[in-house]
Design a protein around this ligand. Structure first.
Ligand code: ADP
Length: 418
């Protein structure tokens, strides 16, 4: 090639070479890279098939100047006059022009991104005789580059909007948290107000109704006496409900200090409180050596009292109450759904009774507020006790699970971090 380039009148040389070395000329014609030559005046003297495909037209020899392009644009979209094209500059200034990207617009309006490499040709005396230009089609590369840039832009936009969204959501969450804290404080105030304001008229209703019963009971008919008794009973139930709701709000709200609690002592204390009834029932209570745990004492008293109280309340009418309190130590890994690393140690306290039990399908439902699954069958309750228990156990980083079988008994498993 070098030899051909240094010849005078390169284009005609190639044509001559075409006749002399038809094989080589054929090779140049069929070369997949676009190639053409011009003489020193800028007229096209040779072009190959790839150049025709790139231009989208066949140049007219002896007429087309500088290149075979129909039109050329710069990368910024502005029109580049043909006599300013890189090949024209190369020939006019007698120097190679590298690295200027152009857009070749074909007559049908389609375009190719092109990197031209025009090089001047000099004869042995150093006189410019023409130039050869190789046109590298970088359209595919360009579209990849554009797609890449676009996706980078999209990614940048996405990241920015994601960050913005995260900030917004965080603000929303903080706001919601603040509101929640406020509502909680208001609820706590409401609960205390309820205790004072609602319990006082309730006490009066009970007092006056009981007084009427005491003083005029004799003169009242059975029907009227029944009405009065029922209203005293209803007022007492309402009082219990208010007390339980207050307990529930106390278990939910407020910060309390954790202390060491010996569960053996606490269970003994509660059993002692219920001693009369337990003796009367001839109940059998079996318990393992219980652990000392860290917790809020009044909440644990309530938890144990509710669980032991329920075992007594839901006793089977045909058998003696038997309550077992069992302990087992285990790792959190065995307890799905716990917010703890798998090797964290937990105590599992099981309260197992041989009472009336409950249908297994109610195992979750009984922890909901006001949910009772034996309505009318046994002594009245409010359906709040187990909801309180659940809150207390969760306050201490644990879990409470229930298992029941109708007529066979119930088991409540309390998992507590060791
Ligand atoms: P309450 O006892 O006041 O109704 P709880 O929240 O303590 O409310 O209990 C909810 C329901 O769960 C009870 O109404 C009862 O149907 C069932 N339950 C609780 N403990 C036991 C138990 N040891 N044996 C059988 N059923 C029970």
């Amino acid at each position: 090639m070098h030899e051909i380039l240094s010849n005078q009148s390169f284009g005609s040389e190639i044509r001559e070479a075409g006749s002399r070395y038809s094989k080589e000329a054929d090779l140049l014609k069929k070369l997949p890279a676009a190639l053409y030559t011009c003489n020193e005046d800028g007229f096209i003297t040779f072009y190959n098939d790839a150049a025709v495909a790139l231009w989208g037209r066949i140049p007219v020899l002896g007429k087309d100047l500088w290149c075979g392009s129909w039109r050329i644009k710069r990368n910024d979209g502005s029109l580049m006059p043909l006599d300013n094209c890189p090949m024209a500059v190369c020939l006019k200034e007698g120097r190679e022009v590298f690295g200027e990207e152009i857009v070749v617009v074909r007559p049908d309006g389609s375009f190719r991104n092109v990197l031209p490499y025009p090089q001047p040709i000099f004869d042995e005396a150093g006189k410019l005789t023409g130039a050869v230009n190789m046109l590298v089609d970088i359209t595919a590369l360009k579209s990849v580059e554009i797609a890449l840039r676009e996706s980078e832009e999209r990614l940048k936009y996405f990241t920015i909007s994601l960050e913005r969204e995260v900030v917004l959501r965080t603000n929303d969450l903080q706001e919601a948290n603040q509101k929640l804290l406020l509502y909680n404080a208001q609820l706590e105030q409401f609960a205390y107000a309820a205790s004072h304001d609602m319990k006082e008229p309730l006490r009066k209703i009970m007092f006056y109704n009981s007084s009427i019963l005491d003083s005029c009971g004799e003169s009242l008919g059975e029907k009227e006496k029944g009405f009065l008794l029922r209203s005293v009973h209803a007022a007492k139930r309402m009082g219990d409900l208010i007390d339980n709701l207050l307990d529930y709000s106390k278990a939910t709200l407020g910060m309390h200090a954790f202390e060491q609690i010996d569960l053996n002592e606490l269970v003994e204390e509660i059993l002692f409180l219920h001693k009369d009834i337990l003796d009367e029932k001839q109940a059998v209570v079996e318990k393992d050596q219980l652990p000392v745990i860290k917790g809020i004492p009044f909440q644990f008293r309530q938890l144990l009292d509710n669980l032991i109280g329920n075992a007594m309340k839901y006793q089977h009418p045909e058998r003696r109450l038997r309550l077992q309190i069992r302990v087992q130590d285990m790792e959190a890994g065995h307890l799905p759904g716990l917010d703890a690393s798998p090797e964290t140690q937990f105590h599992k306290l099981s309260f197992i009774d041989n009472g009336i039990g409950f249908e297994p399908r109610y195992a979750d439902k009984i922890f909901e507020l006001f949910q009772r699954v034996h309505d009318g069958m046994v002594s009245p309750g409010t359906g709040i006790g187990l909801a309180i228990c659940k809150k207390i156990v969760e306050n201490h980083g644990g879990r409470l699970k229930a298992f029941g079988e109708i007529g066979a008994g119930a088991r409540f498993d309390v998992y507590l971090p060791a």
